[in-house]
Design a protein around this ligand. Structure first.
Ligand code: SF4
Length: 391
């Protein structure tokens, strides 16, 4: 068995030449969606301080990725489309001043539909944003109201159209299914609308009830029906059938792309590349350990102001790497590569194969072109199946 130090150094030899990405977390939203457990606040009390601290943190952590070139930059949140053109430009300039960003790097901005108009789309293109991820979520106003989204369906359609007319050719939209009240025929209609938009990427998530959210509270007080797993499975099948029939590639459990326009940034997480996360609650990974910034906005900017950072970290063990390798492999279309499993995790191979046999029997897993993959019926249960393989 390799010692952890030898194991990590071997891992680094394998992966250290890779490029990396930067994630910027903007923790503000205009309203709070019922299901949301991301770090975001509707209070703008510390907006200025947090924005300035994010700029400082970029400079402060210029060596975190060890001079590796940056191939993706991702503004997520929260609602980064609340930032002005000048604010986004300032943060991008900071990044370009302190990191080597490759030519043609993917630069994504998450945008709320009602923040998108023709002028701002042109501004975003002008400052270098070349990919938009628009939080449409649904094309039905009743469903949007149930989720407490602040936009309406026609604003989503307009947002995509404005961005397309302005010149965006790499756009993603989000959809949510498994929502109480969303029937299969309504869901089919939603996918139909999505498939006819000039976008190349669709992220579709099953609604989940996260602890501490308004949704959890509403369900507990019986003001909102509980979710049905059966309906979720049916709607996931409808999603796969419909999107694959119009040329979308199902490359990750929740992600579909046309013409190879994957989310390079999210893919780099699944491919075990290092990344730097800037802003409150943002996570970073340098191939050995994970770090995550404090989620408290005030603590975040006060620490940065004094030249420090408030964060926690953990060194990943061989078991952590294995669990992650399984989780990411099973969620992606590449699957768990047998040769990679033998090379990096020989100690766990026998256990993996015993468990895999169980899922073969159930028809939830297949072995194809040298890798273990989830079958169509296994995909909906990807997280639970992966957890069963964990050490
Ligand atoms: S817009 Fe996104 S981050 Fe903001 S509250 Fe809604 S789900 Fe959460």
């Amino acid at each position: 068995m390799l010692s952890q130090k030898t194991f990590i150094s071997k891992l680094n030899t394998d992966y250290f030449c890779r490029m990396s990405g930067i994630y910027i977390h903007i923790p503000f939203c205009s309203t709070k969606c019922h299901y949301c457990n991301f770090l975001s606040t509707v209070s703008l009390k510390y907006r200025k301080e947090v924005f300035e601290a994010i700029g400082k943190e970029i400079a402060m952590r210029k060596n975190y990725l060890g001079q590796k070139p940056i191939e993706t930059i991702y503004f997520g949140g929260g609602t980064p489309s609340l930032l002005s053109k000048d604010e986004l430009k300032t943060l991008l300039k900071r990044i370009f001043d302190h990191f080597e960003v490759v030519s043609g790097a993917e630069i994504t901005l998450e945008a709320n539909p009602d923040d998108v108009n023709r002028k701002i789309s042109e501004d975003w293109l002008d400052i270098g944003i070349n990919r938009l991820s628009i939080g449409t979520q649904a094309f039905n106003d009743d469903i949007l109201r149930k989720l407490n989204r602040r936009h309406r369906a026609d604003q989503s359609l307009q947002a995509v159209q404005f961005a397309f007319e302005s010149g965006f050719r790499n756009m993603s939209i989000d959809l949510i299914y498994g929502i109480p009240g969303l029937t299969n025929s309504m869901w089919e209609a939603e996918i139909e609308v999505a498939a006819n938009l000039p976008v190349s990427h669709i992220s579709a998530y099953h609604l989940t009830v996260e602890a501490g959210t308004a949704l959890e509270n509403l369900i507990r007080r019986k003001k909102y029906p509980n979710l049905s797993e059966e309906a979720g499975v049916e709607q996931f099948e409808i999603l796969m059938d419909k999107l694959e029939s119009v040329g979308y590639e199902h490359y990750e459990i929740s992600n579909f792309a046309q013409n190879g326009l994957y989310s390079k940034h999210n893919r780099s997480y699944w491919q075990n590349k290092p990344y730097l996360g800037i802003g409150p609650s943002a996570h970073s990974y340098d191939l050995e350990k994970r770090e995550w910034n404090t989620s408290n906005l005030r603590t975040y900017f006060e620490a940065i102001d004094s030249g420090e950072r408030d964060f926690e970290s953990e060194v990943l063990s061989k078991t952590d790497f294995y669990n992650e390798f399984i989780m990411l492999g099973l969620r992606t279309s590449e699957g768990v590569d047998l040769k990679e499993l033998e090379k990096r995790f020989a100690d766990f191979k026998a256990d993996f194969e015993t468990k895999a046999e169980k899922y073969f029997q159930r028809g939830q897993m297949v072995f194809c072109e040298g890798s273990y993959r989830l079958s169509r019926s296994g995909k909906f249960f990807a997280d639970a199946i992966a957890a069963d393989f964990f050490q």
